[in-house]
Design a protein around this ligand. Structure first.
Ligand code: BGP
Length: 508
C-alpha cells in the first residue's frame, strides 16, 4: 500500500536471518589442532537465582586454576551444540526454512591456535570452506562476525589481550586472512561482536584479565582496551576495502554493539540527564566508527575519570578515514536509569536494570519491550543516518518436548512476532533497516550463564546443562512460523501468530 509515499511493509530484499557464534555453537574445541580461547575457559557455575545471569568473567587467578586442573570443571562452550559435527544438517535446516542470511563467527584459534602463526590450520580452513559451500548451496547470504567473545588464550597470557596495542596487529593478521580467503563469499562483515561488552567484562569483550592489568583504574583499563579495538576495527575496514571490495564490490562492513536503550525512571531532570549520558556512552562506538572521531563528551568523561587515553598520532587519522558502512546491534530489552537507588531490580542482557512495572519479564527476568525496538531504531537512524541491521534479537526460554513429541514454543513465536511488527513500524517511520538475524537460531550455550537450557532456537538441540544428550536436531513450532514469515515477507505477522503449526521436519 502506498499512501503519502509511506512504506508500510518490509522491502523486497529484507534479510530474514539467524545468528550464532562459534564459541557457543561449534564445539570441537580440540579438533584439528585448534587452540584454546577465552570462551573455552569459562567454567559452568549453576545460577543462584533468576537475576544471576553474569557468569562470563574470568580472572587471571581462575584461569591458572582452570589450565592446571581442567578435569575439575565443566566448560560448556568447549562442547557448544556440536555444530562441528552437524554442520550439513544445520545449514540444510536453515536453508529449508528459507533463511536469507546466516550470521556466524569464525573461531580465531581454529585457524590460528595461538594467534601468532603465519599460516592457518588446514582443517580449520576446510571447515569454514565447507560452511561457505553449504550456504551457497542453500542460497543463504553470509554475515561474518570476525570475532565473537573469543580470543586466543596464548595472547591473553602473553600480552593481556586488547589491553596491549600489540593485539591490533594479531587481530589484523587474522582478519586479513579471512578477507583474502572468504572476502568474495560473504557480503556482510562485522569486526567485533558487541563492542561495548569490553566496558562490562573486559575478559569477555577484549581478552583482558583484570587482575593482571597494568592499569589500576578499572575505567581506564576498559576504555584503553576499547580504544585498541576501535583502531583495530578501523584498520580492518581499510583492509576490507583494499582486499574485499575489488572482488566483491557490494560487500559491506558494519560495527556491532549491545544496544542499551535507556528510559529515565522519572521526569526529574537529573534522571533525564542520566539516561542521556548512558546513551552517549553506548553510542560512543558508532560516534567513533561512523562519524570518525571521539565526541567531546568522551574527552570530558576521561578527564573526570582521572586518566588520559593512550593514543598514537596515527589513530585519529585512521579513525577518520576508515568509517564503517552500517550499524548493527543486539536488542533484547530496555533499561531504566535514575538517581534514586533501592528499587527492585531485574536481570538483563549484559547488565541488569531497575524493574519497569509496565513490562513483562522473560524466564530469565529480562524485560520484554517490542516498542523499545522501534524507539531504538528511530533514534539510531535520526542520529547516524546510515543503514541499520538487527544482529540479535530473541527469547531465551526453557522448552519442553510435549507428549506429541513436538516443541510448542508459542512464547517464542509471540515474542518474535511482536518484535518483527515493531521493526515494520520503524520501517514505516522511514528507518532503513535491512534485516534481522534472530539470535541463537539453533539452540546453543548461553553466553551469560553457559546454560544449554536457556534456549533461543527455532531448532532444538538435544543436550542439557551438563552436556548430556544426543545433540540431535529437531524443529520447533517457531521454525514453521518463521518459515511462513519469510515466505510471505512478513505479511503473516500479527495474524494467527499464536496458533501452533505442524512441524515440517518430516517433509525435509
Ligand atoms: C548477546 C551476545 C550473544 C548471546 C546473547 C544472549 O549479548 O552477543 O553471544 O548469547 O547476548 O545472551 P545469553 O546467552 O546470556 O542469554
Amino acid at each position: 500500500m502506498v499512501k503519502n509515499n509511506v512504506r508500510t511493509s518490509f522491502p523486497e530484499n529484507f534479510l530474514w536471518g539467524g545468528a550464532t557464534a562459534a564459541s557457543q555453537v561449534e564445539g570441537g574445541y580440540d579438533r584439528g589442532g585448534r587452540g584454546l580461547s577465552t570462551s573455552d575457559m569459562v567454567a559452568y557455575k549453576p545460577r543462584t537465582g533468576k537475576n544471576d545471569n553474569m557468569k562470563f568473567n574470568v580472572t587471571g587467578k581462575e584461569l591458572d586454576k582452570y589450565l592446571e586442573h581442567p578435569e575439575d570443571y565443566y566448560f560448556p562452550k568447549r562442547k557448544g551444540s556440536q555444530q562441528y559435527d552437524h554442520l550439513e544438517e544445520d545449514i540444510r535446516l536453515l536453508g529449508k526454512m528459507g533463511l536469507k542470511v546466516y550470521r556466524f563467527s569464525i573461531s580465531w584459534t581454529r585457524l590460528f591456535p595461538t594467534g601468532e602463526e603465519d599460516s592457518p590450520l588446514i582443517e580449520g580452513v576446510k571447515f569454514y570452506d565447507k560452511l561457505f559451500d553449504l550456504l551457497d548451496k542453500y542460497h543463504i547470504e553470509a554475515m561474518v562476525t570476525i570475532t565473537h567473545y573469543e580470543y586466543p588464550i596464548h595472547l591473553v597470557q602473553k600480552i593481556n589481550g586488547f589491553e596491549s596495542r600489540k593485539m591490533i596487529d594479531y587481530y589484523l593478521k587474522f582478519a586479513k586472512f579471512l578477507f583474502k580467503r572468504w572476502g568474495k563469499r560473504a557480503k556482510y562483515w562485522i569486526p567485533f561482536n558487541e563492542m561495548n561488552m569490553t566496558l562490562i567484562s573486559p575478559y569477555t569483550g577484549a581478552g583482558v584479565l583484570e587482575d593482571r592489568s597494568k592499569y589500576k583504574n578499572p575505567t581506564q583499563r576498559a576504555y584503553q582496551a576499547s580504544h585498541h579495538q576501535l583502531v583495530a576495527a578501523a584498520k580492518a575496514t581499510k583492509l576490507f576495502r583494499e582486499i574485499v571490495l575489488p572482488v566483491n564490490p557490494d560487500a559491506k562492513i558494519g560495527l556491532m554493539i549491545a544496544r542499551i536503550e535507556n528510559y529515565a525512571g522519572t521526569v526529574k531532570p537529573v534522571d533525564q540527564y542520566m539516561a542521556l549520558h548512558d546513551d552517549e556512552i553506548n553510542l560512543m562506538y558508532p560516534e567513533v566508527l561512523i562519524r570518525g572521531k571521539y565526541p567531546n563528551y568522551m574527552w570530558r568523561f576521561f578527564e573526570e575519570n582521572n586518566f588520559e587515553l593512550e593514543t598514537e598520532p596515527e589513530d585519529f587519522d585512521v579513525l577518520e578515514k576508515n568509517t564503517l558502512d552500517f550499524i548493527s546491534f543486539s536488542y533484547y530489552m530496555t533499561y531504566i536509569v535514575q538517581e534514586e537507588k533501592g528499587k527492585t531490580h531485574t536481570s538483563g542482557n549484559v547488565i541488569g536494570t531497575i524493574m519497569n512495572p509496565y513490562l513483562e519479564l522473560s524466564e530469565w527476568s529480562w524485560p520484554i519491550d517490542p516498542m523499545g525496538l522501534r524507539i531504538t531504531l528511530n533514534k539510531l537512524w535520526d542520529k547516524f543516518q546510515v543503514p541499520l541491521f538487527i544482529a540479535e534479537n530473541g527469547l531465551g526460554a526453557k522448552d519442553e518436548i510435549a507428549s506429541d513429541g513436538k516443541i510448542h514454543d508459542i512464547y517464542r513465536i509471540q515474542y518474535l512476532d511482536k518484535h518483527f511488527q515493531a521493526i515494520r513500524e520503524a520501517i514505516t517511520d522511514g528507518v532503513p533497516v535491512f534485516g534481522i538475524t534472530v539470535w541463537g537460531i539453533i539452540d546453543l550455550v548461553s553466553a551469560g550463564t553457559s546454560e544449554m537450557s536457556k534456549r533461543y532456537g527455532v531448532i532444538y538441540v538435544d543436550a542439557d546443562d551438563a552436556g548430556n544428550g544426543t545433540y540431535q536436531r529437531k524443529t520447533k513450532d517457531s521454525y514453521d512460523w518463521y518459515k511462513k514469515v519469510i515466505s510471505t515477507n512478513g505479511k503473516s505477522l500479527g495474524s494467527g501468530a499464536a496458533v501452533a503449526v505442524p512441524s515440517v521436519l518430516d517433509d525435509l
